[in-house]
Design a protein around this ligand. Structure first.
Ligand SMILES: Cc1cc2nc3c(=O)[nH]c(=O)nc-3n(C[C@H](O)[C@H](O)[C@H](O)COP(=O)(O)OP(=O)(O)OC[C@H]3O[C@@H](n4cnc5c(N)ncnc54)[C@H](O)[C@@H]3O)c2cc1C
Length: 351
């Protein structure tokens, strides 16, 4: 177990932002993780869990407590059953399942960060979400001080949300179990229209697994959604805002506002989101509010490749980033009456 004091946290985040932690512990076994959590809890010290730091916005003042970096390793495949240690690098694990001929997470290739963080916001992209393949999550429960098994049905998964995100002080994910599909080297049915188009197939078709993974990686790279230290468009947390989910009434009001602003007959993006709800596109809202790709003149700007990613151009502070985020939220609200919600977890700051 490695322990550092007054340790910079910015290098541990994909934004490369945030001040130091009073104490930084790196744990490489489940026992070390649990020991560090128990020690912090016993002494009443605030605890910050860090995986790959790809969904974290840490304040410039840093974190006055123990930051615990989870660096455990473990990839165990038994038939279609996969168990990943929380610290496994997610995109590498995806590549290994594709190599093993198993379908179910191939479209989640290229998502940065750790396996243990995937259930937190029910990671999803290109028509797949981990909630479809996770069977159970092994976690340390800080309330009961025991290791528990949380079955999929108890995870309360929804769009970019879960029980773990709703109650961040309670569970420390140690391992994640999945049940994948052996479809004789083929992918799961391709759900996302953009991926199907790029693959030259119809939605619902299956394609060779590796082809699906490669195509997703290509699409993601074109949007700055695959980490590249040389490319400031990827010094981000991916999508900075979640796609708003509206009731039918809210959507009708929004649609009227769109027509008023952009002209009769303009239909905003609308996707069924269950229970009489409609999901619209945060990227579309941002763009139509005047925040186009590359927007900004300061050290924090909108990505030149995707309106939904706020980025650090190299010299930004967290306050610069938040100022840009607040400007976007206010602009979208003024234009369309919708309040965007940030997707990354904020530490010591808020929008
Ligand atoms: C370029 C880019 C593209 C992205 N694309 C996508 C995408 O397509 N889809 C998507 O869903 N996300 C995407 N993201 C966001 C991010 O990669 C995911 O949310 C990822 O799962 C975060 O993993 P992490 O290990 O980096 O988590 P961190 O950023 O380290 O932590 C995120 C949150 O999870 C908590 N946490 C971390 N590990 C644990 C654990 N073991 N137990 C309990 N809590 C824990 C942290 O305390 C924090 O609250 C993208 C990010 C970037 C930078």
């Amino acid at each position: 177990m490695l322990e550092l004091h007054d340790a910079p946290l910015a290098p541990l985040t994909t934004f490369r932002l945030g001040g130091p932690a009073a104490r930084l512990i790196t744990a490489t076994t489940d026992a070390e993780v649990i020991a560090a959590v128990r020690e912090a809890d016993d002494s009443g010290t605030p605890l910050l869990l860090i995986g790959g730091g790809s969904n974290l916005v840490i304040g410039d003042k840093g974190f006055a407590g123990t930051a615990l970096r989870i660096a455990t390793r473990g990839f165990a495949l038994d038939g279609t059953k996969l168990e990943l240690a929380a610290g496994e690098v997610w995109t590498d694990a995806v590549a290994r399942t594709v190599e093993a001929g198993l379908a179910g997470i191939e479209c989640l290739a290229g998502i940065p960060g750790s396996a243990g963080a995937t259930p937190i916001q029910n990671v999803g992209a290109y028509g797949q979400e981990v909630s479809s393949t996770i069977t159970e999550v092994i976690a340390y429960d800080r309330r009961t001080r025991e290791t528990v098994t949380v079955a999929n049905a108890e995870c309360a998964f929804s769009y970019r949300h879960s029980r773990f995100k709703a109650d961040p002080e309670r569970f420390v994910v140690l391992r994640v179990r999945f049940d994948l599909e052996n479809a004789s080297g083929l992918s799961a049915p391709i759900k996302y229209a953009e991926t199907a188009r790029a693959l030259g197939v119809e939605p619902g078709d299956r394609v060779p697994l590796e082809k699906a993974r490669e195509t997703v990686l290509e699409l993601r790279s074109g949007k700055g959604m695959v980490l590249d230290p040389e490319d400031h468009d990827t010094w981000s947390a991916g999508s900075f805002f979640t796609n708003p989910i509206l009731t039918h009434e809210e959507f009708a009001v929004f649609h009227a506002r769109v027509e008023e602003r952009l002209g009769d007959g303009v239909l905003p993006p609308a996707y069924p989101a269950g229970d009489g709800h409609t999901k619209t596109s945060a990227a579309w809202l941002i763009d139509k509010s005047g925040f186009t790709k590359g927007y900004g003149t300061g050290p924090a700007r909108i990505s030149t490749k995707h309106t939904l990613a706020l980025t650090n151009r190299g010299e930004a502070t967290t306050e610069d980033l938040l100022a840009l985020a607040r400007e976007v939220v206010a602009g979208v609200h003024a234009a369309f009456g919708i309040t965007l919600v940030n997707e990354p977890v904020t530490v010591g700051v808020s929008l």
